[in-house]
Design a protein around this ligand. Structure first.
Ligand SMILES: Cc1cc2nc3c(=O)[nH]c(=O)nc-3n(C[C@H](O)[C@H](O)[C@H](O)COP(=O)(O)OP(=O)(O)OC[C@H]3O[C@@H](n4cnc5c(N)ncnc54)[C@H](O)[C@@H]3O)c2cc1C
Ligand SMILES: NC(=O)C1=CN([C@@H]2O[C@H](COP(=O)(O)OP(=O)(O)OC[C@H]3O[C@@H](n4cnc5c(N)ncnc54)[C@H](OP(=O)(O)O)[C@@H]3O)[C@@H](O)[C@H]2O)C=CC1
Ligand SMILES: O=C(O)C(=O)Cc1c[nH]c2ccccc12
Length: 430
């Protein structure tokens, strides 16, 4: 049966044609791309420039689900826009240096429209395996709107672009079911407005935890931030320019350890000693730890001064919920809260559906991240990974360019071989 494309214009798009093959499987033209976030869009756009067709499968009902449905209202990119551009198109000149999430979404929508990327929405990829006999990736996607109907798509190339933040991470804390107040993950937090006057425990001190505490304060709530192992806090800007931009420039000339020492020296001058206020700094420097473990430094947008002034209070790691509004910490102390927000991060979901290829560890990280000599963007048998290098949007764009160029080379070689075969047939039949 011919699979009907869900997104408007998809079935009519020559780039995303699907061809029926036997056994209820759609053999698609060009690669299958899993995910229509910034990474998936960047690969699709670059393929489009190489005149290679593609099929994008996206579980949500629109592009960039993370940015559309799983982020808070006050979110802005914390790197300047020049470091967050996707390949081929910059942000508009009138867009602020640190675009809001709405600016970013506008940019992504216009990017998708410009390159005629029309994903098949509502398709959750649940399985992908390489069929060595047919030399094809067989990708199963389930459509909730269609009563959970599963469709198999097949292609010689599979691009994994489902993101490092596909699923929420929430620790299983003892006694959670006995907590009387609301418990939510940062991905479900929109604004501090409805927490006005409430004592809110925010678990985690990454960028999400910090920015939510700031937002809660600004909305008249009383935030407490639970810290397990500490974090590097850096000012978002140093000497009037972005800290990230300065770091990138210095890295061209200096080793990472030296750049880290410089960043920490300036951070100490600007922010003071964070350890004195309960935020221990990790042993590795801010850039090195990002490289080695993926842990992001906090780029401060205002929370730090509220920690210093005591408006955001630091508390230890949570041990258990004690019933009612009580929470016990690992140092044995107890406090009561009206709500708890887990700002405990995200993980990729690739290991749950990618059944072949040795590119990912069991916890969803590209193996190459542990082996710096190997590349994380290409795996065996026509498998590609975009957006898993732990280097944000800039890294995703670089992966996309490499993956699309590699696929385009193979696509063109196949097309040339097919044309050669066809001309042989036609000349022999004349
Ligand atoms: C709050 C927040 C702020 C951030 N800010 C910045 C920033 O300022 N600068 C920066 O460089 N980076 C930032 N990041 C990092 C972020 O990872 C990137 O900005 C960007 O979203 C990565 O794009 P992506 O396409 O790889 O992943 P995502 O944006 O997560 O997109 C992946 C897409 O794949 C879909 N998907 C997942 N699983 C499946 C499946 N099984 N089947 C089908 N579809 C699937 C998802 O629905 C989603 O639409 C931020 C992250 C967060 C959480
Ligand atoms: N404005 C922006 O651009 C923003 C960007 N981001 C980015 O989004 C990504 C995700 O950020 P974020 O959501 O903050 O997640 P992170 O993974 O960066 O931080 C998670 C936090 O939760 C803590 N944590 C995790 N598990 C547990 C546990 N079991 N018990 C106690 N604490 C725990 C971690 O502590 P520990 O270190 O001890 O594991 C850490 O402090 C990052 O790349 C970040 O930079 C996020 C928000 C805003
Ligand atoms: O927001 C993030 O965590 C990102 O992935 C962006 C990013 C990539 N490399 C960095 C180094 C320092 C701070 C942020 C980033």
């Amino acid at each position: 049966m011919q699979e009907q494309a869900a997104g408007a214009g998809n079935s009519s798009s020559p780039r995303q044609e699907e061809r029926e093959s036997s056994g209820g499987c759609c053999l698609v033209r060009g690669p299958i791309i899993v995910g229509a976030g910034p990474s998936g869009l960047a690969v699709a756009a670059t393929l489009s420039r190489h005149a290679v067709p593609f099929t994008v499968l996206e579980r949500s009902d629109g592009i960039a689900d993370l940015w559309t449905n799983r982020t808070y209202d006050r979110l802005r990119l914390h790197l300047p826009k020049v470091f967050c551009e996707l390949p081929h198109v910059g942000f508009p000149a009138d867009c602020p240096t640190y675009p809001t999430k709405h600016d970013f979404l506008r940019y992504l929508r216009s990017y998708a429209a410009r390159f005629a990327v029309s994903p098949l929405f509502g398709r959750t990829v649940t399985r992908a395996r390489f069929d060595a006999t047919a030399s094809l990736w067989r990708v199963t996607a389930v459509s909730a709107a269609d009563g959970g109907r599963a469709t198999e798509y097949a292609s010689p190339w599979l691009v994994v672009a489902s993101g490092e933040n596909a699923e929420v991470v929430e620790p299983k804390v003892k006694g959670r079911e006995r907590f009387a107040g609301e418990v939510l993950h940062s991905s479900a937090y929109r604004s501090g407005e409805r927490f006005k006057g409430m004592r809110v425990l925010v678990v985690g001190c990454g960028n999400s935890g910090m920015e939510m505490c700031l937002d809660l304060c600004e909305h008249g709530a009383m935030p407490f931030m639970s810290v397990r192992s500490g974090v590097h806090v850096l000012p978002r800007e140093m000497f009037g320019t972005s800290t990230f931009g300065i770091a990138m420039k210095l890295l061209k000339w200096l080793p990472i350890k030296l750049v880290d020492r410089f960043l920490l020296l300036v951070a100490k001058m600007v922010l003071g000693d964070t350890e004195r206020h309960g935020l221990r700094r990790p042993k590795l420097g801010p850039l090195e730890i990002k490289n080695v473990t993926g842990k992001s430094p906090v780029l401060d947008v205002g929370a730090w001064s509220l920690i210093k002034s005591g408006n955001i209070r630091i508390v230890p790691e949570v041990e258990s919920f004690t019933g009612g509004s009580g929470v016990r910490f690992v140092d044995g102390s107890e406090m009561s809260f009206d709500a708890v927000i887990f700002a405990t991060g995200y993980r990729s979901n690739v290991p749950s559906w990618l059944k072949d290829g040795d590119l990912f560890t069991e916890d969803g990280k590209p193996r190459a991240a542990q082996e710096p000599s190997s590349s994380s963007w290409r795996g065996p048998n026509g498998l590609y990974c975009v957006g898993f290098s732990g280097r944000g949007l800039l890294g995703a764009g670089a992966d996309a360019l490499r993956a699309a160029a590699d696929i385009a080379g193979r696509w063109q070689a196949m097309a040339a071989a097919a044309a050669g075969g066809a001309s042989k047939i036609s000349s022999s039949s004349v």
